[in-house]
Design a protein around this ligand. Structure first.
Ligand SMILES: NC(=O)c1ccc[n+]([C@@H]2O[C@H](COP(=O)([O-])OP(=O)(O)OC[C@H]3O[C@@H](n4cnc5c(N)ncnc54)[C@H](O)[C@@H]3O)[C@@H](O)[C@H]2O)c1
Length: 257
C-alpha cells in the first residue's frame, strides 16, 4: 500500500506508540487523523504534523463514526487505520486479602482495548470498502491493531489486560478473512516493553520498567515508539503481510511476574 496521499486514522494517536505512528505516517505523505481522548496532546500533535484531531472515545460508536467521517472528509481515500488506544490495569483474579477482581474495571479494560479496537476496525473497514481499489492486487486498505506480549503470556495481575489483548490477537485472522472480499488487510503488533507514558512517571515507574526489562534477551533496553512505528509502516507498505501477529520485544517472553 502506497502511503503517500492517503488518509490514515490513528486511535490513541496523541501519545506513545500511536503518536510515533502518526509521525511516521505523516512523514510518508499520509494525511493523518488522530482520534484520542486527550485533546491537548492530540491537537498539538495534529498541528505539528499537519493533521486533524478528533476528540474520540474508541468505545463509543458515534464518536468513532465521527472520527472515520473526519478522515473521509479530508478528501483523501481512507486506506489506513491504526488502533493504538489502550489502557493498562493491574489486579489479581483474587487478591491477597481474598477479594475477587472488581468487575467494573475488568469491563472497562475490555470495553476500551477490545471493543474499542473492533469498533475502529469495523467502521474504518466499511469506509475503506467505499474507496476505489488500487494496484494490481485491488487493495483498498490496511488495518494495524495493537495487542501485547501480555495477550500471549499474561503475567500475574494482568487478567483483564491480557484477556483484552488476547481478544485483539484472536480477532486478527477472522477479520482478515472477512475483509479479504473488500481488499483490506489486517495485521496485529504485539509489543513487549516499549518506552511510553503508559507506565506512568517518577521513580516508582522507572523501577517497574527496570524490572520488566531485566528478562529481555537483546537489546537489553525498552523498545521505542519509533521502532514500533517502523514496524507498523512495514506492515502497511508490504501488501503480502496479512492476518499476521508480529511481536516487537527484543526476544522477551514474559515471566509469571
Ligand atoms: N508501551 C508498551 O510497552 C506497550 C506494550 C504492549 C502493548 N501496548 C499497547 O500499545 C497501545 C499504545 O500504548 P502506549 O504505550 O502508547 O500508551 P499511551 O498511554 O502513551 O497512549 C495511549 C493513548 O490512548 C489514549 N486512550 C486511552 N483510552 C482511550 C479511549 N477510550 N479512546 C481514545 N483514546 C484513548 C490515551 O489518551 C493515550 O493518548 C495500547 O493499546 C497498549 O496497551 C503498549
Amino acid at each position: 500500500m502506497e502511503l503517500n496521499g492517503v488518509a490514515a486514522l490513528v486511535t490513541g494517536g496523541a501519545s506513545g506508540l500511536g503518536a510515533g505512528t502518526a509521525r511516521e505516517l505523516a512523514a510518508a505523505g499520509a494525511q493523518v487523523v488522530i482520534a484520542d481522548l486527550n485533546m491537548d496532546a492530540g491537537q498539538a500533535l495534529a498541528n505539528e504534523i499537519g493533521g486533524v484531531f478528533v476528540a474520540t472515545d474508541v468505545s463509543d460508536e458515534n464518536q468513532v463514526r465521527a472520527a472515520v467521517a473526519a478522515a473521509v472528509a479530508t478528501g483523501r481515500p481512507l486506506r489506513v487505520a491504526v488502533a493504538c488506544a489502550g489502557i493498562a490495569w493491574a489486579a489479581r483474579t483474587v487478591d491477597r486479602s481474598g477479594a475477587p477482581h472488581d468487575l467494573d474495571s475488568y469491563q472497562k479494560v475490555i470495553q476500551v482495548n477490545l471493543i474499542g479496537t473492533f469498533n475502529l476496525l469495523r467502521l474504518a473497514a466499511a469506509a475503506m470498502a467505499e474507496t476505489d481499489p488500487v494496484g494490481e492486487d485491488g487493495e483498498r486498505g490496511v488495518i494495524v491493531t495493537t495487542a501485547s506480549a501480555a495477550g500471549i503470556e499474561g503475567q500475574i495481575g494482568q487478567i483483564a489486560y491480557s484477556a483484552s489483548k488476547g481478544g485483539v490477537i484472536g480477532m486478527t485472522l477472522p477479520a482478515a478473512r472477512d475483509l479479504a472480499a473488500i481488499g483490506v488487510r489486517v495485521n496485529t503488533i504485539a509489543p513487549g516493553i516499549l518506552e511510553t507514558p503508559i507506565y506512568g512517571e517518577g521513580e516508582g515507574a522507572e523501577e517497574f520498567k527496570r524490572r520488566l526489562v531485566a528478562p529481555v534477551p537483546f537489546p537489553k533496553r525498552l523498545g521505542t515508539a519509533g521502532e514500533f512505528a517502523k514496524l507498523a509502516r512495514a506492515l502497511m507498505e508490504n501488501s503480502y503481510i496479512n492476518a499476521d501477529v508480529v511481536r516487537i520485544d527484543g526476544g522477551l517472553r514474559l515471566p509469571p511476574k
